[in-house]
Design a protein around this ligand. Sequence first.
Ligand code: NCD
Ligand code: ZN
Ligand code: ZN
Length: 355
Amino acid sequence: MIKLPGLIDIHVHFRTPGQTYKEDFFTGTSAALAGGYTTVIDMPNNKVPITSLKTLEEKIKIAKKQAVCDFGFYYGSLGENLDTFTKIQKKVFGLKIYLNQTTGGYIVDEKKFETICRKWPKKLPILLHAEDDVIGQMIEIAGRAGQRIHICHISSEKELKTIINAKLKGYKVTCGVTCHHLFLNENNVKKLGPYGLMKPSIKPEKDVNFLWRHLNDIDIVESDHAPHTIDEKNSDKPPFGVPGLETTLPLLLTAVNENKLSLARLIELCYANPKRIFKVPTDKNTYVEVDENKEYIVENKNLQTKCGWSPFAGWKVRGKVKKVIIRGEKVYESGEVLVKPGFGKYVAPAILRSE
Ligand code: NCD
Ligand code: ZN
Ligand code: ZN
């Protein structure tokens, strides 16, 4: 058995309010516990985007009733809500901006992004969905405004090279990678069909190898847990996104077992760096017990996520979450969530400091 600190996932989509048939805060946070996560930060691309104090407060209220692990939020902007930034800044971990097409379609153009950068309070980072060449342009714009940015889910050699260069030049930029971009390549996508469809797309093996070789230049592993139903995925127009909370840690532990990264580096990517970069409050009596030698097959029927499938179904992994303890209380053991909805606490960088 090994003991890990409660992991922090800075990138999840729990779809509530608006699309609770895909996921809600109970099923989403249950999936988090099953995956060894004790804090998750939820994205604003809901059916009605979280771009006002009212929608943010509504979401916080719902999550407080449903969550079984700790949770926080990002705010969203389409460039029209600049005057709300100061009102909501104590309630969130950052601002999420979409610069390429993805679920929700809440795209902002360069001009609007520049205006947003100038208005957003400097204390909190801006997270970007930006792909390919767009990354370099946005790093420039954010740099001119003196903003700190986090590039979500990098997927290719070109993207990571852009970020490595920007870091060398002194830009305040961090980046995250998902396990689907680390463990899948174009060959898997053919078999997966719509279940391998997400943004950014899965890349050729050459790119995947580059990400692994340069893992030291990546700051965070984020799940981008993006559940959609099996029916939606099988439809004529399958939506982008795959769930990831329950497979991220087992896949990474399998890689540790294969000497592809160290356990210390895993803890940095899934706990220490998320904590430091996003100022996530943590607790010393919050931890996870893992049987690092337990081998098992990922099976859809064993998942807690409401969507009930994984692009890694059928994969053999090594390393299983046995127990999760939050603030000294056992909340999960061997596949069972042991606490009631509402146990999880709402967190934000500013709130916990005053508590
Ligand atoms: C995400 C979703 O479904 O909300 N989809 C995805 O393909 N990654 C949105 C996102 O993170 O881009
Ligand atoms: Zn995205
Ligand atoms: Zn996402």
